[in-house]
Write a protein that binds this ligand. Structure first.
Ligand code: ADP
Ligand code: ZN
Length: 438
């Protein structure tokens, strides 16, 4: 069993009343910064008839306008910066809804805030400077790799920046270096565990892992049990998103009963996605976040489109922060494939630019050997189907696969199918078949 450690007891175990006051002060400062420096927020607040002076405390949060992913796309790349560009020390990014990624700018302060959030998550999983942390999230624009790396370094743990892929090498390093904490997606953890078992390696003997921090995609308690058994570890959930910071926005403690939200830096609300109205603790709805200590690209009431519940009953670990439950769904059509956000609209934007295919397509997602697969079925046009050569048609599927890889960032199998073979629907087109069970 891991030893849960509270990284910052002053903040994590603060009296909730005192914390709410602190949040109110930080919210006021954030709103003032946004109003002064970000035209989009100033216009929205003016339109709603709200001035920064009208925001006194957390009770006034509900009057503020929402932010959507499309706002990040429309203001790409720097329209939402609340600090001068010269203050920005880092850019991270994630999938947008169409071709372009969305980006977030971090000041030095924001990098430090994010780093501490991750350090808190790692501590809760028992990480100390004696540990060896293997990070198998991708390094790059995605927040997973650098995020976990910074948190582990902050604790002073020996950090191995493996990045994603190359399972044999991951296992070799894990074994030779004696990694004790694993950071990756839960599906990759399962795959690693299965491969380790197939290789005849024995967790506890050949493999020294004691805990893993898994996130970036939804998973279940059944999957937790499987990972814990395969690897002989404690498997902990971590949640985050680029728009707000990255991984570490919320994390599980040893109680494994909801993820503690780092409430001195981010404020969570649950809303009814249809009306925008706030919902009470214990009711499922759309998760909304407001950042209250970021200065680079702070966010007011960012709609995550993730569905979950919040709970504020006391946790045996001693932290007093509100917890979020597992993500049980989405209010939009975003898919998460191998930890990467994928919108059907991104695939569509690729298909409309290709000659010879019709805009009728179907995305089939599955999980084979613990790894997600994506097949894009798309209809050929009548002309292409009746007149063209096999070689040309193969060229088209390669072109589509290459462009999907460059726009979405993941490999897809492209199947070109005859005209009119994809079922037409009478209402909203059904474009996704997700056969995964988590
Ligand atoms: P990440 O690298 O964490 O995936 P992104 O910004 O690319 O960050 O994606 C954020 C989205 O990923 C979230 O809105 C949510 O849908 C999903 N996500 C992240 N962590 C989890 C988690 N622990 N459980 C379920 N979904 C998650
Ligand atoms: Zn707890």
């Amino acid at each position: 069993m891991i030893q849960d450690r509270i990284y910052n007891p002053q903040m994590e175990c603060m009296d909730p009343e005192v914390r709410r006051k602190l949040q109110g002060e930080r919210l006021r400062a954030t709103v003032a910064l946004e109003y002064a420096n970000v035209p989009l927020y100033r216009e929205r607040m003016d339109k709603a008839g709200i001035k920064p002076e009208d925001i006194h405390s957390m009770d006034d949060l509900k009057y503020l306008p929402f932010t959507e992913k499309t706002d990040l796309r429309d203001e790409f790349p720097f329209g939402l910066l609340a600090s001068p560009k010269s203050e920005i020390v880092r850019i991270q990014g994630s999938s947008g809804t169409t071709g372009k990624p969305i980006v977030s700018g971090y000041t030095q302060n924001d990098v430090e805030v994010w780093t501490e959030m991750v350090a808190r998550a790692l501590s809760a999983a028992g990480c100390t400077r004696e540990d060896i942390v293997q990070v198998c999230y991708g390094y790059g624009l995605f927040t997973g790799g650098l995020g976990l790396h910074q948190g582990a370094s902050q604790i002073g743990a020996m950090t191995i920046p493996m990045s994603s892929g190359n399972t044999q090498r991951q296992i070799m390093m894990m074994r030779d270096l004696g990694s004790t904490i694993l950071c990756c997606t839960p599906s990759y953890a399962t795959y690693l565990g299965e491969t380790i078992r197939e290789m005849g390696l024995v967790p506890g003997k050949d493999i020294k892992l004691k805990a893993g921090i898994f996130g970036a995609e939804p998973w279940s308690d059944e999957m937790r049990a499987r990972i814990e058994e395969l690897l002989g570890i404690d498997a902990m959930d971590i949640y985050g998103l680029t728009e707000i910071a990255g991984p570490g926005v919320a994390f599980e403690c040893k109680a494994k009963h909801g993820m503690h939200i780092n409430e001195d830096h981010v404020v969570a609300e649950i809303i009814n996605p249809a009306t925008g109205e706030q919902l009470p603790y214990g009711t499922a709805g759309e998760l909304v976040f407001t950042t209250i200590s970021k200065t680079g690209q702070p966010m007011l009431r960012y709609r995550t489109h993730d569905i979950c519940m919040l709970q504020n009953d006391p946790c045996p670990c001693g932290r007093t922060t509100v917890r979020m439950g597992r993500i049980t769904g989405r209010t939009d059509d975003m898919l998460i494939i191998r930890g990467v956000n994928v919108f059907p609209s991104q695939i569509e934007s690729v298909l409309v630019g290709i000659n010879g295919v019709a805009p009728h397509y179907m995305l089939v997602v599955d999980r084979v050997n613990s790894s997600d697969t994506l097949e894009v079925k798309v209809e050929l046009t009548e002309e292409m189907f009746s007149s063209d050569t096999v070689a040309h048609i193969e060229g088209i599927s390669r072109q589509i696969a290459d462009q999907i890889k460059s726009v979405v960032g993941i490999a897809a199998k492209v199947s070109l199918v005859p005209p009119k073979s994809i079922p037409r629907s009478e209402g909203k087109a059904k474009r996704i078949i997700d056969n995964r069970k988590i």
